[in-house]
Design a protein around this ligand. Sequence first.
Ligand code: CA
Length: 494
Amino acid sequence: MVASQGTQGSDQVEIKNRLMKKLFSLGLGSALLFFHLNLSSEQKPNIILFLVDDMGLMDTSVPMLADKKGKPEKHSLNDWYRTPNMDRLAKQGVRFSQFYAQSVCSPTRASIMTGQNSARHRVTQFISPESKNAGPKDWKWEGLTSKDVTLPSVLRTNGYYTIFAGKAHFAPIGHEGEDPTKLGFDINIAGCSFGAPGSYFGEDGYGNLDPKRKKRAVPGLEKYHKSDTFLSEAITLEAKKAVTRSLQKDKPFFMYMSHYAVHSPFQSDPRFLKNYESSKKPRPAKSFATLIEGIDKSLGDLMDHVAAKGVAENTLILFVGDNGSDAPLGDSYGYYSSAPLRGKKGTCYEGGMRVPFIASWAKPGKANSFKIARNHLHHEQIGTVMDIYSTIVDASHSSSPIKHPVDGISLLPQLSGKINKKRPDHFMCHFPHSHRSSYFTSFRKGDWKLIYRYITNTGKRKSKKPLPKYELYDLKNDPYETKNLALENTKKNQ
Ligand code: CA
């Protein structure tokens, strides 16, 4: 499947083509050239892809789940977390109640970069920086390379200045893709091969000044070493400067703002600790909540920054998590971390692969180049991390100079508040590896979700009862996966 233009994009291209033909017929070649250049630059929005590591659907004060009538439904975790800037973004845009990622980091990150499902790009497991991680022989543990068609490389070809900030984790140490500038980014702020930072504290140089944490020391950011600047804040400050510099270049910018937070180590962000001190929850859960609030401040700071620079109405923000929640609140197979969803990061259940997704203009207004519905919870259809590639390519009227198969579908029709009748209603999470829910492929089609396990008694569970080979859930009537219907519906298993 190749990325297609959304409705809005197609309309604009059609109008442009008709006008160009008219100008040709009038013999106005130079006017055409001026018109073409002018229209192209005017219509390309700035784009901020705001990616939060290990943030699940419920790790926010924004109600992301829908009730049976499709209205936002609050749950207890929405009262625990504090994300006022996500609230602000959600009120002025569209959020999805059913947005899917792969259940661990690297497969999702490769999907965002390529628009492909993990079974196609083959980065099916999280990349271990020093060695090949567990799994079948032929998974692409080397990660992405300069030969891959990537979202930033496509955007750069189409006139964008491309900024990378934060956690990269695209390839292991010593491999080409560990450096984001080899994958299509013009600049790299603090990105490297690993996913978990040595430390979030400026006092120990984000790991550089602590021998025990040096193995995962965050590169760059030296000016903040020995200061009290938390890692999320340092990356945000540098990202804001990069935006300012890019606006001076008279080019639209694409910024892949990828926070190390809220991945472990669960260190408390001192700026927000007072908000959670009185709770009886365990200390790591409080620390996790401060990390969440830190990335929320970063979101608000970037929204304010583009507003101060006068480009908010021409800046599209896509907010997304990279896998299900890893909040230290309960058992991997339990219900706590993503409650009321079942499971967490790395598992085959909905809590392992449902993530927050919000799309909005930094400021809704007349200069927006396409419509995004306001304060709208899209609950009817799914969206996936593969769609981000297609959506951004569509929104920016870009195209890949090299033929490139894409599994994602532009979300622009859905962002306008409509149903996209052309989009299929399925999502596959392919994870033939050992980690929490070992060796599984799950497939959602419509209301039904099938889980297939290649191995049912591996790893830590050897001493326990083997897990079922098949699980089947009716997500419409059992959204929290409590009743395995596999034995009653053997035809659906086939
Ligand atoms: Ca992750």
